[in-house]
Write a protein that binds this ligand. Structure first.
Ligand code: ADP
Ligand code: MG
Length: 241
C-alpha cells in the first residue's frame, strides 16, 4: 500500500531531513512512528500524501508514484486521510458540515447521502449528539474525533495520524485512542506518529524509530519495548517510559 525506496529529502535551508528511507507498509497494517522532536517524523508522513515533495527516491502509494506530476492530488488526499495534532476543523461550519463538505465536493456524493454517512461516522466516534454544534463549542477530544470522522467520510484506504493526541488534555487522550484502536481492528491501513506507547503495544504491527532523518529501527512492538536493537532507541525509550 505504501512503499519508500531510497527516499531523500532536503529543505531549501539545506537540511537533509530524510536520509535514505526504505519502508514497506502492507494493506491493513498499523505502523507507529516514534522518535525525538525534529527527527523528521512529520516530514516523512507528509510525504505520503504529497504535502511535501522529495528530491530523490520513490514513494509509491496505492500504485501512484508521488514523483509523477500527473498524480491527482485531490483524489490522492481523498484516499489518504490525514489527522493533525491541531484538529484543523472549519470553525464557521457545524460538525455535520465539516464531515459532509469534502464528500460532496470531491466525490460528488448527494447531500442527503453524505449526511447519512456522516451520522454513521459520528456514531462511530461517539458524538452523534454534536452534529449541529460548531467546533468552538467542543472539547479538544471531541474536535479530534470529528477530524477523524471527517477523514473517514472520504472512504480512505489509508489514514495518517500526526501526534493526534499531543494537543489534548490527559483525560481526553483515551477517547481518541479508542477510536483509533477500533479503526485498526477493522483493518484500516494506518501510519501513526505518536508517543502513546500503550497504543503501540496494543495495536501496532510494527514500530519505527527515527532519529536525525534516519530510520534507525523497525521492529515488532514486543521487541522494540523489551529489547530494542539500537542504542539510540534504548536512550529514547528510557526518556519517555
Ligand atoms: P518531527 O515531526 O520528528 O518533530 P519534523 O519532520 O517536523 O520533525 O522536522 C524535522 C526537521 O526539519 C526539524 O529540524 C525541523 O525544524 C525541520 N523542518 C520542518 N519543516 C521545515 C521547513 N518547511 N523548512 C525547513 N526546515 C523544516
Ligand atoms: Mg512532528
Amino acid at each position: 500500500m505504501i512503499r519508500f525506496d531510497h527516499v531523500h529529502k532536503w529543505f531549501d535551508s539545506g537540511l537533509h531531513v530524510l536520509k535514505d528511507i526504505n519502508l514497506h507498509i502492507n494493506k491493513g497494517e498499523v505502523v507507529v512512528i516514534c522518535g525525538p522532536s525534529g527527527s523528521g517524523k512529520s516530514t516523512l508522513i507528509r510525504c505520503i500524501n504529497k504535502l511535501e515533495p522529495v528530491q530523490k527516491g520513490d514513494i509509491i502509494v496505492d500504485g501512484m508514484n508521488m514523483s509523477d506530476p500527473r498524480v491527482n492530488l485531490t483524489l490522492l488526499r481523498a484516499e489518504v486521510g490525514f489527522v493533525f495534532q491541531q484538529f484543523n476543523l472549519y470553525p464557521h461550519m457545524t460538525v455535520l458540515e465539516n464531515v459532509t463538505l469534502a464528500p460532496q465536493l470531491v466525490r460528488g456524493i448527494p447531500r442527503a447521502e453524505a449526511e447519512r454517512t456522516a451520522m454513521e461516522l459520528l456514531e462511530k466516534v461517539n458524538i452523534p449528539d454534536k452534529a449541529n454544534a460548531y467546533p468552538g463549542q467542543l472539547s479538544g477530544g471531541q474536535q479530534q474525533r470529528v477530524a477523524i470522522a471527517r477523514g473517514l467520510a472520504m472512504k480512505p484506504k489509508i489514514m495518517l495520524f500526526d501526534e493526534p493526541t499531543s494537543a489534548l488534555d490527559p483525560e481526553m487522550i483515551n477517547e481518541v485512542l479508542d477510536v483509533m484502536k477500533t479503526l485498526a481492528r477493522e483493518g484500516m491501513t494506518m501510519v501513526c506518529v505518536t508517543h502513546e506507547m500503550g497504543f503501540a503495544r496494543e495495536v501496532a504491527d510494527r514500530v519505527i524509530f527515527m532519529d536525525y532523518g534516519v530510520l534507525v529501527e523497525e521492529n515488532t512492538p514486543e521487541e522494540f519495548f523489551s529489547n530494542p536493537r539500537h542504542e539510540r532507541s534504548r536512550e529514547f525509550l528510557s526518556k519517555i517510559l
